[in-house]
Ligand binder design. Structure first.
Ligand code: ZN
Length: 156
């Protein structure tokens, strides 16, 4: 099913999402999240954006039409950003904040520990656009939105 997407003035987007009990059956919810994300034409969707304050997000996008799209599920993620990496500004949109983009500085090098959709534990080093999408979605799990970056750097 396609969920309505929660908009930026909803307090659920400001909450810290709860860790999910390991082994919880999430297959239907994950399927619905992919369906909702595709319907909204997004490349990432976090559970708080469909009104569920739990540590789950999905990403799916294609940078190269000839290759398979990148499609991933992240449960209970934790991230270590490479602070030595360069800060890159990039205009980001958000399905919860329609019709605007904001230049968000991010370091696009990180290591992420998480569980996949089958509760297999994973650890990956990620760079580039996928790292940016992961950081955007991870922000949703800690109650942060792209408009906060505009507040942090009013002169950019
Ligand atoms: Zn977003």
């Amino acid at each position: 099913m396609i969920y309505p997407i929660v908009l930026y003035d909803n307090p659920i987007l400001r909450q810290k999402a709860l860790r999910i009990r390991q082994g919880t059956e999430l297959r239907d919810l994950i399927g619905d999240m992919f369906e909702t994300m595709r319907h909204a034409k997004g490349c990432g969707l976090a559970a708080p954006q469909i009104g569920k304050s739990i540590q789950l997000f999905v990403v799916e996008f294609s940078l190269d039409e000839k290759k398979e799209p990148i499609k991933k599920v992240f449960l209970n993620p934790s991230i270590v950003i490479d602070e030595t990496a360069q800060n890159i500004n990039f205009d980001e949109g958000c399905l919860s904040i329609p019709d605007i983009t904001i230049a968000v500085p991010r370091k696009e090098v990180l290591t992420i520990d998480y569980f996949d959709e089958n509760w297999n534990i994973k650890k990956e080093k990620v760079t580039g656009f996928l790292a940016r999408v992961i950081l955007h979605e991870y922000d949703h799990l800690i109650g942060k939105l792209i408009i906060d970056y505009a507040k942090e750097s009013p002169h950019q």
